[in-house]
Design a binder for this molecule. Structure first.
Ligand code: UDP
Length: 242
């Protein structure tokens, strides 16, 4: 597979064309950003860890019937993916209150939500990814109602698969962000699944094993990502019952 022309650079990844127009190459960078890019740093090996972790999660999801853009890892920083037309709606799934939800609604961090909460944000850095609802999504023609129904179902299914899988590894899945896109008439899960886009807490100590260590200047960011990888690589993952 030939790495083709550069297509796009995001905060944590670069996307390239390949010699197959239906496939893109994703390169995971070491750049870390928070607060809309105001806080920036380079964390050695973060890109390598996020590539590997995303590959593990995408493989697990595929094994459990959730179609993703993932094809294969090409190198320690590179992943081959199906080319998506990204739907500019970030889907946030929350099991436990944290971050912006705690601030916005005054729910103390760590409170278990009685039901899984789904939220949507417009994927637009200049506007700081504002929260939107279905009315905005349809009025702005970001996605059709049938597409949103499918996206919500897939997002909840991803949560159903990841929560018990991570629990078995001693990790609580607090919340995470997903992105979806269109590929050959289907909606596929895209982007990445990593400690950059999820909140992971150690089940016993509740220690943070994710990007909050960077956001909150706690140190040990890469060490925490490495610990997540160590736990995930520690054992085989059985298929999850539906
Ligand atoms: N998240 C993300 N990208 C974003 C916003 C949020 O990956 O642009 C993830 C974040 O890592 C967390 C979840 O989505 O796992 C919920 O984030 P929250 O809304 O609490 O925002 P934050 O506290 O990061 O501002």
């Amino acid at each position: 597979m030939e790495k083709g022309d550069f297509l796009y650079e995001g905060k944590a990844k670069k996307i390239f064309h390949t010699d197959d127009p239906s496939l893109f190459l994703v390169e995971f960078k070491d750049d870390a950003t928070a607060f809309d890019g105001v806080k920036k740093d380079k964390l050695a090996d973060k890109g390598i860890l996020n590539n590997r972790l995303s590959a593990i999660f995408f493989e697990l999801l595929e094994k459990n019937g959730v179609e993703t853009h993932y094809r294969e890892m090409l190198s320690e920083r590179e992943m081959l993916v199906k080319a998506l037309e990204i739907i500019p709606v970030e889907v946030i799934v929350r099991n436990i209150a944290a971050g912006s939800l705690s601030k916005r609604l005054g729910i103390p961090e760590g409170t278990v939500m009685k039901e899984t909460v789904l939220e949507f944000s417009l994927k637009d850095d200049e506007l700081h990814d504002p929260m939107i609802n279905h009315y905005h999504i349809y009025a702005m023609e970001l996605a059709a109602p049938e597409e949103m129904a499918e996206i919500e179902k897939k997002a909840l299914r991803v949560n159903e698969i990841l929560v018990p899988y991570l629990k078995a590894k001693g990790i609580i899945l607090v919340d995470f962000k997903l992105e979806f896109g269109r590929h050959k008439g289907k909606i596929l899960l895209g982007d990445e699944i990593s400690p950059d886009t999820c909140r992971f807490w150690d089940s016993k100590s509740r220690e943070k094993l994710d990007k909050d260590r960077f956001r909150r200047d706690m140190g040990g960011v890469v060490e925490a990502y490495r610990e997540v990888l160590r736990r995930l690589e520690g054992g085989e993952s059985p298929a999850v019952e539906s």
